[in-house]
Write a new protein. Structure first.
Length: 157
């Protein structure tokens, strides 16, 4: 197995490795870079990072699977993540997840056949004061209603 990080990504990984004397601390930024490079953290990327940082692949995989922000399989052009934790749940998150699920025709964890959307139900996004909250790629959308979600998703190219 091999993975084709770009030259720029390889340079960045070297910078990350040299920046953190404690190799454990380099795992999160290295995984973040892998996801930015490929859109998800593949098995091949995990093996590469394990070799680079001097860990067993299982150590890297354990971190990648612990944090929901790392995608372990490819996601759509738009990754729609809706918080289902307590604050959002009390304000209707489960209904919003169901609404988006029906609108897109996929269940949480699935990607639309055209590859445009992946829907994921996630734990707290750290913006409980503006619940219910949804993250689409890198952007937060807060104080959601079904109407707000529809308007947002309908205008995504
Ligand atoms: S509970 Fe949803 S953002 Fe914290």
């Amino acid at each position: 197995m091999s993975v084709a990080f770009s030259d720029a990504a390889r340079s960045e990984l070297e910078r990350i490795r040299s920046r953190y004397p404690d190799r454990e601390a380099a795992i999160l930024p290295a995984l973040h870079l892998a996801q930015r490079e490929f859109g998800y953290v593949s098995d091949e990327a995990i093996v590469y990072l394990a070799d680079l940082l001097g860990f067993a692949p299982a150590r890297i995989e354990g971190v990648a699977t612990f944090y929901t922000m790392y995608n372990r399989k490819p996601v759509g052009k738009y990754h729609v993540q809706i918080c289902r934790n307590i604050s959002c749940s009390l304000l209707g998150a489960e209904h919003l997840i169901e609404h988006v699920s029906k609108k897109l025709g996929v269940r949480p964890g699935e990607t639309t056949p055209d590859g445009k959307f992946t829907l994921t139900a996630v734990e707290c996004l750290g913006s409980c004061g503006t619940a219910p909250v949804m993250q689409v790629n890198d952007d937060y959308h807060e104080s959601l209603t079904e109407e707000k979600i529809d308007a947002l998703l309908d205008r995504l190219p």
